[in-house]
Design a binder for this molecule. Structure first.
Ligand SMILES: *Cc1c(COP(=O)(O)O)cnc(C)c1O
Length: 395
């Protein structure tokens, strides 16, 4: 019998479905805002990374329109050939100033930063010491590098030190510590001040991926500013697609670092640059974050209120220290059921997070705060979360 070369497509999907692990895409019919229409249904959205609500900010939208009219819809080339605009230079200068570093680079995405830059910073003769809960794109970047990967226990400085001692004995050419700034499943923060101290003792490079910290920590400047570590972190990776509400990856650091990445990162070199409208929107987004502190203030007010209320209902919010608030349920079936009922009956959109994104016994719904929510919205969500939680015997 001739074999079917693509039979695995259906087989793998059947297995995923059987394990309740299939992603079924829901489609937004309008902008990404707390009140939005998803699959024809009006819902309260509590699951976007658009923390400051900037994805639909009028000034940022206008900047995208104006630049698109002037420069066109597409970049036409990779950044190093003919895809960089005066806008790109303006963005990079503004972003560097904002992050209080010498220079910055606008890359295609945050994922592209990790998969393009990490394999150039380290290679076979080197060791990467990585937090066990780091983002998947960091894991992929480290795999591509061919460097030896050593995992330290989540946020555990004494384990980090132990691993660094081992790495030193092994005679690695370079040692690089990599951590998320804010961990996206739990909303907790890396102890970056302590990491930097330990790194200095071992002559290790520090790479922090601040995708969920920008716009949120350090009055919006990110985790490095939060800990007053300006000038002490060698590489800051980030994303314009979360708190800033637009699109793109960033690298921030020394001039040497940026020249190195410009010339070596394969994702930067080989993938088309952003459309000019996106670059202009990113510039406008930095301006909004700098000039309109109310969005920052609002997302934190919501965070503190919502967290206190769900905790007093009896929900376990784990280690959350940011607008990412997990409601840890434990049982994966129950977490999925809670999310399903909230969506279908209560019009509340939160994300169920189960294995393999988190350990099975830590299944949860992840809620993320947004500056554009109102107190009424929060109270509506809270009363639904309480009602359904009681019905399912969670609280
Ligand atoms: C979202 C995220 C990324 C990817 O960023 P994109 O710009 O969406 O590609 C990388 N790292 C972390 C920690 C993230 O949360």
């Amino acid at each position: 019998m001739k074999r079917d070369p693509v039979a695995f497509l259906k087989e793998d999907m059947t297995e995923l479905r059987g394990n309740n692990l299939e992603w079924v895409i829901r489609y937004l019919e309008g902008g990404s805002k707390p009140h939005c229409v998803v699959n024809g249904k009006e819902v309260l959205m509590l699951n976007t990374n658009n923390y400051l609500g900037l994805a639909t900010h009028p000034k940022i939208i206008q900047a995208a329109i104006d630049a698109t009219k002037k420069y066109g819809a597409g970049a036409g080339a990779v950044p190093v050939i003919a895809g960089s605009f005066d806008l790109t230079r303006e963005f990079q200068e503004k972003f560097a100033k904002y992050k209080e570093v010498e220079a910055s680079l606008l890359c295609q995405t945050g994922f592209a930063v990790n998969s393009g830059v990490i394999p150039m910073l380290v290679g076979k003769p080197d060791i990467v010491v990585s937090d066990e809960l780091n983002h998947g794109s960091i894991i992929d970047g480290v795999r591509l590098s061919g460097a030896k990967r050593v995992i330290y226990k989540h946020r555990d400085i004494s384990d980090l030190e132990k691993q660094l001692k081992e790495a030193e004995k092994g005679g690695a050419r370079r040692i690089c510590i990599i951590t998320d700034g804010v961990f996206s499943m739990d909303g907790d923060m890396a102890p970056l001040d302590k990491i930097v101290n330990v790194a200095e003792d071992f002559g290790a490079m520090v790479f922090v991926d601040d995708c969920h910290g920008e716009g949120i920590l350090g009055k919006g400047k990110g985790i490095v500013a939060h800990f007053n570590l300006q000038g002490k972190v060698h590489v800051e990776g980030g994303s314009m697609s979360k708190g800033f509400g637009v699109f793109g990856g960033t690298v921030a650091g020394s001039k040497d670092l940026i020249e190195f990445c410009t010339n070596k990162s394969r994702t930067y070199l080989l993938s088309t640059a952003h459309p000019p409208g996106i670059v202009a929107a990113n510039i406008a987004s930095i301006e909004v974050v700098e000039n309109e502190p109310q969005h920052f203030k609002s997302v934190w007010e919501h965070t503190n209120y919502f967290k206190k209320e769900v905790q007093s209902m009896g929900y376990d919010t784990g280690r959350s220290e940011t607008p990412i608030i997990p409601l840890i349920i434990g049982d994966p079936g129950k977490a999925q059921e809670l999310a399903r009922i909230l969506f279908e009956e209560e019009n509340i959109y939160g994300t169920p997070i189960v294995f393999p994104m988190v350990a099975r016994e830590l299944s949860r719904i992840r809620v993320q705060m947004n500056a554009l929510l109102t107190k009424d919205d929060l109270n509506t969500a809270l009363s639904s979360i309480e009602k359904v939680g009681k019905k399912l015997d969670i609280i």
